[in-house]
Ligand binder design. Structure first.
Ligand code: NAP
Length: 294
């Protein structure tokens, strides 16, 4: 494994583990994407659709749009009022999808409770589906076909590649089996020849399962669910889960894990920025495929 930054940032607990710096990985990806954007005579165009004023959703979309514009993508956000009904949302999404000048569409989740997410996600053209949530892309991913892959799992793979964390033949335990993170991460890492275990809320003896892992991915959203006592010494730990404790964002990985693991992603500053970078990477990939750019 390539030597990562050796000192834990202030946001992480002190310990012997190296920092897998998501910001550095995201910057490297953004630089490569910006080069690819330069090859287009007309820059790729990405449209976000956001419903309502949930502050977290608004902030996520703002940071994705900011990075998209930084790398030269034409990015804009269609904001619909909280009270938008299903039919209106479907019509609006369809209009964006049908616009030939649009290369990527991202409907920010979660939608307000009165709206059904599934038909909205299925309305997105799979080839413009930069979130990779369309059932066609799920099938492509599990079948090993080219398609759009969800951004958080792609980001996890990118962090491992950036820091040369071995995956081939390694035991990877993913805690969390959602369609957004756990399941697509499993499919992606299987492609890389990892031996993958998906753990979830009904897993018996989670500690014993996690203890087997060379690479632990924690994607639950429960502060400190992965404890030092569960982690094999020297393991790589990727922290995806986010919760707010006393107004601070914390991950699924307990601070004492830094004393046992070989390398850990901090929270914040770990997996989150790389997820954002993958939105812009997926947009350029979608545009290249649609326009058959080199
Ligand atoms: P989700 O749909 O709520 O899934 C959570 C998963 O955790 C489920 O599979 C659930 O198991 C499992 N789980 C719950 N309690 C558990 C327990 N006690 N032991 C073991 N597994 C347990 O959430 P998500 O959308 O995947 O997101 C997970 C977290 O990642 C959230 O905090 C989210 O905010 C964060 N996130 C971060 C990024 C990033 O870029 N860093 C991106 C996306 C999401 P069951 O299936 O059995 O219910």
């Amino acid at each position: 494994m390539k030597a990562p930054d050796s000192a834990a940032p202030d946001s992480a607990a002190p310990g012997s583990a190296s920092v897998l710096d998501g910001k550095a990985v995201a910057d490297a990806i953004a630089e490569r994407v910006a080069e690819r954007v330069k090859a287009f005579s007309l820059a790729p165009r990405l449209v976000f659709v956001r419903v309502g004023e949930d502050p977290a959703s608004a902030s996520y979309v703002r940071s994705k749009q900011r990075l998209a514009r930084r790398v030269g993508i034409r990015a804009e956000t269609l904001v619909l009022p909280e009270e938008t009904d299903q039919a209106t949302l479907m019509t609006q999404v369809q209009a964006v999808v049908d616009d030939d000048d649009v290369d990527g569409v991202l409907v920010q989740l979660p939608l307000p409770d009165h709206l059904d997410e599934a038909p909205v996600l299925e309305a997105v053209d799979p080839d413009k589906d930069v979130d990779g949530f369309h059932a066609v892309n799920v099938g492509r991913l599990w079948s090993g076909l080219p398609g759009m892959v969800p951004c958080t799992p792609l980001g996890l793979e990118a962090i491992c590649d950036h820091y040369e964390v071995p995956l081939h033949g390694q035991r990877v335990v993913i805690v969390g089996r959602s369609n957004l993170v756990g399941k697509p991460a499993a499919a992606l890492l299987l492609r890389r020849h990892a031996t993958v275990t998906l753990a979830h809320s009904r897993t018996r003896d989670l500690a014993a399962v996690v203890a087997e892992a060379d690479v632990v991915i924690a994607a639950v959203g429960r502060a400190g669910i992965v404890q030092a006592s569960m982690v094999k010494p020297g393991a790589t730990v990727l922290d995806v889960g986010m919760s707010r404790v006393d107004g601070r964002i914390v991950g699924d990985v307990a601070p004492d894990v830094w004393n046992v693991a070989g390398a850990v992603t901090p929270m914040p500053g770990g997996t989150g920025p790389v997820t954002v970078a993958m939105v812009v990477q997926n947009t350029v990939t979608a545009a290249e495929r649609r326009r058959q750019q080199p």
